[in-house]
Each structure stands twice: as C-alpha cells, then as structure tokens.
Design a binder for this molecule. Sequence first.
Ligand code: ING
Length: 321
Amino acid sequence: MSRTLTVGAAQMGPIQRDHTRTEVVERLLVLLRRGADADCDLVVFPELALTTFFPRWWSADIAEFDHFFETEMPGPQTQPLFDEAARLGVGFHLGYAELTPDGHRHNTVILVERDGRVVGHYRKVHLPGHEDHEPWRAFQHLERYYFEPGDTFKVFAGFGGVVGMAICNDRRWSETYRVLGLQGCELALIGYNTPVHYPPDPSQDALAGFHNHLVMQAGAYQNGMWVVGVAKAGDEEGCQLLGESAIIAPSGEIRATCATDGDELVVAEADLDLCANYKDTLFDFARYRRPEVYGPITGQRGVEVPDHLTDHEESDGGEAL
Ligand code: ING
C-alpha cells in the first residue's frame, strides 16, 4: 500500500508587532482550509507562527515580552485552529513561543495528527544569535536571551511514517538531519524565520536563499528523507525575512517552492517509500557508515599545522597531524 502523503507548506507573510492572535489565527485558518481543499494530509506552518519575530528587540525586562508566549497549546485563541483541523481531517505543524508553568521559555513546535491527536512537540536545540543587547546591530537576534535550548531530537510515528522536527537554525547543522536520520526519520518538518541581513557578516546576505535550500537539500539527500522547510517571510517591522519555502524529496530535488513573500500554500505528493531508495542503498548507515572511524569528533579550528605540512611539497600522504 502506498504511503504517499499530500503535504502543504503553508508559508506565512509578515506578522507585525501589533497583530493580534485572533488576526493571525484567522490567516492560519485560511491556509489550513486551502490545504484541505488541496486534499492535504498535513499542513506545515512556520517557526513562531503566532507572533512577530520578537527576538529582534531587546527588553531589559524579559517578562515584558511574555505576551508573545503561549502558556498552553492549544489555548483559547489557538483552539479554533485545532478544532477546524480535526473537522477537516488535516494534520498540522505549528511553531510558537512556549512559556512553561514553571517559567521556562522555549522556541517550540507541535505536531497534530489528522484526528486531532497531538503527535509530539520539539524544542529548538540550536539557538542562534546572541545573549545580550548588541546596539551595533540594525536589529537584534536575541533567541539566546529569550529562550532556553531544547536537549533532544526525537522522531514520532505519524502520518503513516516516521516524522521528525527541527527549527530554523537547526537546519544549518548537518547533525540535525543525521541524528533524525539515524532514528529512521522519513519526513523532517522545519519552520524558519530567517532575516536576509546577517549583521556579523553581510557578505552572506546575497546567499541567504542559496544557503537555505543548500542545507535542506543536502540534509534530505544524505539521510534519505523528505524535508519541508516553511518560512515566515516578508518585511516584519522593517526586517526582511526570507521566503522560498520548499518541499524537498529524499533525492534532494525541490518538488515545490513558494514564489512570494506572503501567505502562500504550496503542495507536493510525498511518497514516504521513496526514502528507501536512498536509505537502503547509498545511505545504508548500518552497512556503509563508519562511526568507529569518526570517533567522538572533538577536533576544533585553530590546530597548529606543522611546517612540513604547509611547505606544499609532494608528500606520500605524510603522518597524520
Ligand atoms: N534564524 C536564522 C537562521 O538560522 C540566521 C538565524 C539568520 C542565521 C541569518 C544565518 C543568517 O535561519 C533563526 N530563527 O534561527
């Protein structure tokens, strides 16, 4: 029996600081219904899909931004999304800022099955940016101030296969895909809010789109998994966020990508059995991977290279460093 899923990447345009949850949930409902009309089994919403990307601002009182956080999921304002999804029989993935009852703050996503069952949650492991106010920046990227990191990558049984989740900066780290891949992940869902401008190195700005697809296509291919990357895009409070949401096959091919920076749904048929074409051949980890060779990779930049290895003379491979 085919395990083909109809997947919708539900890209969102910008959410401004004063947009209410009710306004945003209404936009999510429109995208969800479009997904249902396209016979989607699963609609993937972005990272922090309920609010503007508030870590772009510094606040000395961290609690000043608590209104951007959800203390329950679903809560009164998000319940309509859960109800409508269950009524339509469409599953969804939703990113949000989580404030736990004991006061911990996480950048979190939830995955909900077509019958309304919560499949699982994930808390962002790789928090980019900086911990303290850095006024030199055109805008802040204070995820390391507002959030505590998650501590595990998990996979879940759902949608007829093995589903994993990651968030935004996680997609830039090859370990993310490999740790999910080693657990048999067939479909990785990755929401993102990516400013096009990168203050520490503006030379990367022009490559933002290239790097976005590069890392997800590589991760998909090298681990034989589908990758669905979904943006919150457009001009948010003067900060341009990258769009180019994409549905990527285990071959690394892009099967669908958004053309706008607004609310846009793109759909693709994801045959989960296609993963085996790669997991059982080229990337048969059990047969070909050499973890005993890799060891606990502890090397780091800045290792002194002995002179004799930098003289560029022909060598017979020489001694290892
Ligand atoms: N955003 C960015 C991301 O990793 C970033 C951080 C911006 C990295 C620009 C590099 C360049 O896509 C989040 N939210 O992680």
